[in-house]
Design a binder for this molecule. Structure first.
Ligand code: MG
Length: 336
Protein backbone atom coordinates (compact mmCIF):
# COMPACT_ATOMS: atom_id res chain seq x y z
CA UNK A 1 0.00 0.00 0.00
CA UNK A 2 1.10 3.57 -0.73
CA UNK A 3 0.37 6.85 1.01
CA UNK A 4 0.09 10.25 -0.64
CA UNK A 5 0.89 13.75 0.65
CA UNK A 6 0.88 16.83 -1.57
CA UNK A 7 1.92 20.49 -1.29
CA UNK A 8 1.11 23.41 -3.59
CA UNK A 9 3.84 25.58 -5.08
CA UNK A 10 4.02 28.93 -6.86
CA UNK A 11 7.13 30.00 -8.80
CA UNK A 12 7.14 33.63 -9.94
CA UNK A 13 8.81 34.35 -13.28
CA UNK A 14 11.50 37.05 -13.25
CA UNK A 15 9.21 38.88 -15.63
CA UNK A 16 5.70 37.73 -16.55
CA UNK A 17 5.97 35.39 -19.53
CA UNK A 18 4.34 37.02 -22.55
CA UNK A 19 2.62 34.67 -25.02
CA UNK A 20 -0.42 34.81 -27.28
CA UNK A 21 -2.33 33.32 -24.31
CA UNK A 22 -1.57 36.53 -22.36
CA UNK A 23 0.68 37.48 -19.46
CA UNK A 24 1.63 34.69 -17.07
CA UNK A 25 3.10 35.91 -13.73
CA UNK A 26 3.87 32.62 -11.94
CA UNK A 27 3.89 28.87 -12.51
CA UNK A 28 1.68 27.02 -10.03
CA UNK A 29 1.24 23.33 -9.39
CA UNK A 30 1.41 20.53 -6.82
CA UNK A 31 4.31 18.39 -5.63
CA UNK A 32 3.28 14.85 -4.66
CA UNK A 33 5.11 12.72 -2.12
CA UNK A 34 4.44 8.99 -2.07
CA UNK A 35 5.56 6.74 0.77
CA UNK A 36 5.47 2.96 0.57
CA UNK A 37 5.17 0.48 3.46
CA UNK A 38 8.94 0.38 4.02
CA UNK A 39 9.01 4.18 4.46
CA UNK A 40 10.59 4.80 1.06
CA UNK A 41 9.51 8.13 -0.47
CA UNK A 42 9.29 9.19 -4.09
CA UNK A 43 8.05 12.39 -5.70
CA UNK A 44 5.78 13.46 -8.53
CA UNK A 45 4.47 16.75 -9.89
CA UNK A 46 1.13 17.94 -11.22
CA UNK A 47 1.71 20.99 -13.42
CA UNK A 48 -1.53 21.73 -15.29
CA UNK A 49 -1.77 24.09 -18.27
CA UNK A 50 -5.49 24.84 -18.61
CA UNK A 51 -4.76 27.10 -21.60
CA UNK A 52 -3.69 23.85 -23.32
CA UNK A 53 -6.94 22.14 -22.33
CA UNK A 54 -5.77 20.28 -19.23
CA UNK A 55 -7.51 20.23 -15.86
CA UNK A 56 -7.17 23.38 -13.75
CA UNK A 57 -5.03 23.54 -10.62
CA UNK A 58 -8.23 23.64 -8.50
CA UNK A 59 -9.48 20.45 -10.18
CA UNK A 60 -6.11 18.75 -9.63
CA UNK A 61 -6.10 19.76 -5.98
CA UNK A 62 -9.67 18.52 -5.49
CA UNK A 63 -8.68 15.24 -7.12
CA UNK A 64 -5.74 14.80 -4.72
CA UNK A 65 -7.92 15.67 -1.72
CA UNK A 66 -10.42 12.90 -2.52
CA UNK A 67 -7.69 10.36 -3.35
CA UNK A 68 -7.72 7.43 -0.81
CA UNK A 69 -5.30 7.83 2.09
CA UNK A 70 -3.90 4.36 1.41
CA UNK A 71 -3.90 2.86 -2.06
CA UNK A 72 -2.34 0.31 -4.37
CA UNK A 73 -0.04 1.61 -7.12
CA UNK A 74 -2.15 0.00 -9.83
CA UNK A 75 -5.17 2.12 -8.77
CA UNK A 76 -3.65 5.12 -10.53
CA UNK A 77 -4.43 3.52 -13.89
CA UNK A 78 -8.07 4.49 -13.23
CA UNK A 79 -7.28 8.24 -13.22
CA UNK A 80 -9.56 9.81 -15.85
CA UNK A 81 -8.37 11.05 -19.25
CA UNK A 82 -9.79 14.47 -18.34
CA UNK A 83 -6.97 14.77 -15.74
CA UNK A 84 -3.82 14.36 -17.90
CA UNK A 85 -1.53 16.35 -15.58
CA UNK A 86 -2.69 14.16 -12.63
CA UNK A 87 -2.06 11.01 -14.70
CA UNK A 88 1.52 12.18 -15.31
CA UNK A 89 2.13 13.29 -11.71
CA UNK A 90 0.97 10.03 -10.15
CA UNK A 91 2.54 7.71 -12.72
CA UNK A 92 5.90 9.51 -12.82
CA UNK A 93 5.95 9.75 -9.02
CA UNK A 94 5.31 6.04 -8.53
CA UNK A 95 7.72 4.91 -11.24
CA UNK A 96 9.67 1.95 -9.98
CA UNK A 97 8.59 2.30 -6.35
CA UNK A 98 7.26 -1.19 -5.72
CA UNK A 99 10.11 -3.20 -7.21
CA UNK A 100 12.92 -0.92 -6.06
CA UNK A 101 11.78 -0.54 -2.46
CA UNK A 102 12.52 -4.20 -1.73
CA UNK A 103 16.24 -3.51 -2.11
CA UNK A 104 16.53 -0.14 -0.41
CA UNK A 105 17.02 0.83 3.20
CA UNK A 106 13.76 1.64 4.97
CA UNK A 107 12.96 5.17 6.03
CA UNK A 108 15.10 6.76 3.30
CA UNK A 109 14.11 9.14 0.53
CA UNK A 110 15.25 8.07 -2.89
CA UNK A 111 17.02 10.85 -4.82
CA UNK A 112 16.56 11.36 -8.56
CA UNK A 113 17.62 8.43 -10.68
CA UNK A 114 20.62 8.99 -12.91
CA UNK A 115 20.04 10.83 -16.18
CA UNK A 116 22.59 11.25 -18.96
CA UNK A 117 23.83 14.86 -18.82
CA UNK A 118 22.21 17.24 -21.31
CA UNK A 119 24.50 19.33 -23.49
CA UNK A 120 23.25 22.87 -24.30
CA UNK A 121 23.35 21.97 -27.99
CA UNK A 122 20.60 19.41 -27.28
CA UNK A 123 18.42 22.03 -25.58
CA UNK A 124 16.43 24.86 -27.17
CA UNK A 125 16.91 28.21 -25.40
CA UNK A 126 13.82 30.37 -24.89
CA UNK A 127 14.32 33.98 -26.00
CA UNK A 128 12.37 36.84 -24.45
CA UNK A 129 9.37 38.01 -26.47
CA UNK A 130 9.70 41.06 -28.72
CA UNK A 131 12.72 43.31 -29.21
CA UNK A 132 14.61 41.96 -26.17
CA UNK A 133 15.39 38.82 -28.22
CA UNK A 134 17.77 40.88 -30.40
CA UNK A 135 20.29 41.14 -27.54
CA UNK A 136 19.33 38.15 -25.36
CA UNK A 137 20.34 35.41 -27.84
CA UNK A 138 24.07 36.04 -27.44
CA UNK A 139 24.19 34.94 -23.78
CA UNK A 140 22.46 31.66 -24.68
CA UNK A 141 24.79 31.25 -27.66
CA UNK A 142 27.80 31.68 -25.34
CA UNK A 143 26.43 28.87 -23.16
CA UNK A 144 26.36 26.58 -26.19
CA UNK A 145 22.72 26.72 -27.33
CA UNK A 146 22.25 26.60 -31.10
CA UNK A 147 18.44 26.27 -31.18
CA UNK A 148 16.29 29.17 -29.98
CA UNK A 149 12.58 29.69 -29.49
CA UNK A 150 10.92 33.05 -29.97
CA UNK A 151 7.26 33.71 -29.11
CA UNK A 152 5.27 35.54 -31.79
CA UNK A 153 1.62 36.50 -32.25
CA UNK A 154 1.89 38.96 -29.38
CA UNK A 155 2.39 42.37 -31.10
CA UNK A 156 1.25 43.61 -34.56
CA UNK A 157 2.39 41.27 -37.32
CA UNK A 158 4.28 44.02 -39.23
CA UNK A 159 6.25 44.89 -36.07
CA UNK A 160 7.12 41.27 -35.39
CA UNK A 161 8.09 40.55 -39.01
CA UNK A 162 10.50 43.53 -38.96
CA UNK A 163 12.06 42.24 -35.70
CA UNK A 164 12.22 38.74 -37.17
CA UNK A 165 14.31 39.99 -40.14
CA UNK A 166 16.74 41.66 -37.73
CA UNK A 167 16.89 38.58 -35.50
CA UNK A 168 17.65 36.08 -38.29
CA UNK A 169 20.28 38.47 -39.68
CA UNK A 170 21.93 38.70 -36.25
CA UNK A 171 21.90 34.95 -35.46
CA UNK A 172 25.17 33.32 -36.56
CA UNK A 173 25.37 30.03 -38.45
CA UNK A 174 24.54 27.34 -37.52
CA UNK A 175 21.43 28.43 -35.65
CA UNK A 176 17.91 27.09 -35.80
CA UNK A 177 15.03 29.36 -34.81
CA UNK A 178 11.67 28.04 -33.64
CA UNK A 179 8.80 30.52 -33.91
CA UNK A 180 5.97 29.80 -31.48
CA UNK A 181 2.67 31.58 -32.13
CA UNK A 182 0.71 29.73 -29.40
CA UNK A 183 -2.26 29.67 -31.78
CA UNK A 184 -2.32 33.48 -31.95
CA UNK A 185 -2.25 34.04 -35.74
CA UNK A 186 -5.03 34.42 -38.30
CA UNK A 187 -4.74 32.36 -41.51
CA UNK A 188 -3.64 35.53 -43.38
CA UNK A 189 -0.96 36.29 -40.78
CA UNK A 190 0.24 32.68 -40.87
CA UNK A 191 0.76 33.01 -44.64
CA UNK A 192 2.81 36.21 -44.09
CA UNK A 193 4.97 34.36 -41.53
CA UNK A 194 5.47 31.30 -43.72
CA UNK A 195 6.44 33.55 -46.65
CA UNK A 196 8.99 35.31 -44.42
CA UNK A 197 10.33 31.97 -43.12
CA UNK A 198 10.67 30.53 -46.63
CA UNK A 199 12.64 33.63 -47.67
CA UNK A 200 15.36 32.86 -45.09
CA UNK A 201 15.51 29.18 -46.01
CA UNK A 202 17.28 26.98 -43.52
CA UNK A 203 17.26 29.42 -40.60
CA UNK A 204 13.81 28.55 -39.24
CA UNK A 205 13.38 25.03 -37.91
CA UNK A 206 9.59 25.34 -37.77
CA UNK A 207 6.61 27.60 -37.15
CA UNK A 208 4.84 26.25 -34.07
CA UNK A 209 1.05 26.25 -33.65
CA UNK A 210 0.23 29.20 -35.95
CA UNK A 211 -3.54 28.84 -35.50
CA UNK A 212 -5.67 27.79 -32.53
CA UNK A 213 -6.34 24.02 -32.30
CA UNK A 214 -9.94 24.22 -33.55
CA UNK A 215 -8.82 25.87 -36.82
CA UNK A 216 -5.49 24.14 -37.38
CA UNK A 217 -6.23 20.83 -39.07
CA UNK A 218 -8.36 22.08 -41.97
CA UNK A 219 -5.96 24.96 -42.59
CA UNK A 220 -2.96 22.62 -42.55
CA UNK A 221 -4.39 20.45 -45.28
CA UNK A 222 -5.13 23.45 -47.56
CA UNK A 223 -2.68 26.36 -47.13
CA UNK A 224 0.41 24.91 -45.47
CA UNK A 225 1.54 22.58 -48.33
CA UNK A 226 2.36 25.70 -50.41
CA UNK A 227 5.35 26.43 -48.14
CA UNK A 228 8.61 24.63 -47.45
CA UNK A 229 8.96 25.78 -43.80
CA UNK A 230 7.88 23.02 -41.44
CA UNK A 231 4.87 23.46 -39.18
CA UNK A 232 4.84 22.11 -35.64
CA UNK A 233 1.77 21.48 -33.50
CA UNK A 234 1.77 21.93 -29.74
CA UNK A 235 -1.60 23.04 -28.29
CA UNK A 236 -3.30 20.72 -30.85
CA UNK A 237 -1.57 17.66 -29.37
CA UNK A 238 -1.49 18.46 -25.65
CA UNK A 239 -2.48 14.94 -24.55
CA UNK A 240 -1.61 11.48 -25.89
CA UNK A 241 -5.26 11.06 -26.82
CA UNK A 242 -5.12 14.20 -29.02
CA UNK A 243 -1.73 13.16 -30.42
CA UNK A 244 -3.20 9.82 -31.53
CA UNK A 245 -6.14 11.54 -33.24
CA UNK A 246 -4.09 14.23 -35.02
CA UNK A 247 -1.44 11.73 -36.12
CA UNK A 248 -4.12 9.59 -37.74
CA UNK A 249 -5.10 12.59 -39.86
CA UNK A 250 -1.77 14.30 -40.59
CA UNK A 251 0.87 11.60 -40.14
CA UNK A 252 4.34 13.08 -40.49
CA UNK A 253 3.25 16.20 -42.39
CA UNK A 254 3.98 18.15 -39.18
CA UNK A 255 6.37 18.09 -36.23
CA UNK A 256 4.74 17.19 -32.91
CA UNK A 257 5.69 19.19 -29.80
CA UNK A 258 4.85 17.07 -26.77
CA UNK A 259 4.95 18.23 -23.15
CA UNK A 260 5.06 15.00 -21.10
CA UNK A 261 3.93 16.81 -17.93
CA UNK A 262 0.49 17.45 -19.45
CA UNK A 263 0.28 14.54 -21.90
CA UNK A 264 -1.14 11.91 -19.54
CA UNK A 265 0.34 8.53 -18.62
CA UNK A 266 4.03 8.41 -19.68
CA UNK A 267 3.83 4.71 -20.57
CA UNK A 268 1.04 5.43 -23.05
CA UNK A 269 3.06 8.20 -24.74
CA UNK A 270 6.11 5.95 -24.92
CA UNK A 271 4.06 3.12 -26.34
CA UNK A 272 2.48 5.32 -29.04
CA UNK A 273 5.83 6.81 -30.05
CA UNK A 274 7.38 3.34 -30.26
CA UNK A 275 4.63 2.11 -32.57
CA UNK A 276 4.62 5.14 -34.92
CA UNK A 277 7.56 6.96 -36.57
CA UNK A 278 6.69 10.38 -35.13
CA UNK A 279 8.82 13.47 -35.60
CA UNK A 280 8.69 14.73 -32.01
CA UNK A 281 10.08 17.56 -29.93
CA UNK A 282 9.91 16.85 -26.19
CA UNK A 283 9.21 20.05 -24.35
CA UNK A 284 8.87 21.55 -20.90
CA UNK A 285 5.57 22.70 -19.42
CA UNK A 286 7.65 24.99 -17.16
CA UNK A 287 7.46 22.41 -14.39
CA UNK A 288 9.82 22.21 -11.38
CA UNK A 289 12.87 19.89 -11.34
CA UNK A 290 10.59 17.09 -10.06
CA UNK A 291 8.42 16.98 -13.18
CA UNK A 292 11.32 17.98 -15.37
CA UNK A 293 13.36 14.98 -14.30
CA UNK A 294 10.50 12.62 -15.15
CA UNK A 295 9.90 14.34 -18.51
CA UNK A 296 13.60 14.17 -19.42
CA UNK A 297 13.71 10.52 -18.40
CA UNK A 298 10.89 9.91 -20.87
CA UNK A 299 12.72 11.90 -23.57
CA UNK A 300 15.76 9.69 -23.14
CA UNK A 301 13.59 6.56 -23.36
CA UNK A 302 12.12 7.92 -26.63
CA UNK A 303 15.56 8.64 -28.08
CA UNK A 304 16.68 5.15 -27.04
CA UNK A 305 13.65 3.83 -28.92
CA UNK A 306 14.89 5.52 -32.12
CA UNK A 307 12.81 8.74 -32.15
CA UNK A 308 14.78 11.36 -34.16
CA UNK A 309 16.70 13.69 -31.87
CA UNK A 310 15.53 17.31 -32.05
CA UNK A 311 16.66 19.85 -29.44
CA UNK A 312 14.59 19.56 -26.27
CA UNK A 313 12.33 22.47 -25.34
CA UNK A 314 13.77 22.67 -21.81
CA UNK A 315 15.96 25.78 -21.82
CA UNK A 316 13.88 27.62 -19.25
CA UNK A 317 15.73 27.62 -15.91
CA UNK A 318 16.83 31.25 -16.20
CA UNK A 319 13.18 32.37 -16.27
CA UNK A 320 12.49 31.82 -12.57
CA UNK A 321 13.36 34.00 -9.57
CA UNK A 322 14.05 31.06 -7.23
CA UNK A 323 17.01 28.66 -7.04
CA UNK A 324 14.92 25.50 -7.31
CA UNK A 325 16.79 24.26 -10.36
CA UNK A 326 19.76 23.63 -8.05
CA UNK A 327 17.70 21.58 -5.53
CA UNK A 328 16.99 17.88 -5.39
CA UNK A 329 13.42 16.75 -4.86
CA UNK A 330 13.78 16.22 -1.10
CA UNK A 331 15.14 19.75 -0.58
CA UNK A 332 12.47 21.14 -2.86
CA UNK A 333 9.70 19.39 -0.88
CA UNK A 334 11.12 20.73 2.39
CA UNK A 335 11.06 24.25 0.89
CA UNK A 336 7.29 24.18 0.37
MG1 MG B 1 4.39 26.00 -27.97
Amino acid sequence: MMQLAFRPYGRPFRQPLHTAHGLWPQREGLILRFVDESGQASFGEIAPLPQFGTETLAQARAFCQQWPKRFLAKQILAIAETLPACQFGFAAGLRGVSHESANSASGSERPYGRLAALAPIDVCGLLPTGQAALTAWSMLWERGHRTFKWKIGVAAVETELALFQRLVTALPEPTQLRLDANGGLTPAEAVLWLTACDSVAGKVEFLEQPLPPDRSLDWLSTAAPDFTTAIALDESVATVHQLEQVYQRLGNAVVYVVKPAIAGFPHRLLDFCQRHPLDVVISSALETPVGRHAALHLAQQLWAAGIPKRALGFGVGQWFVDDWDTLDEVALWQNL
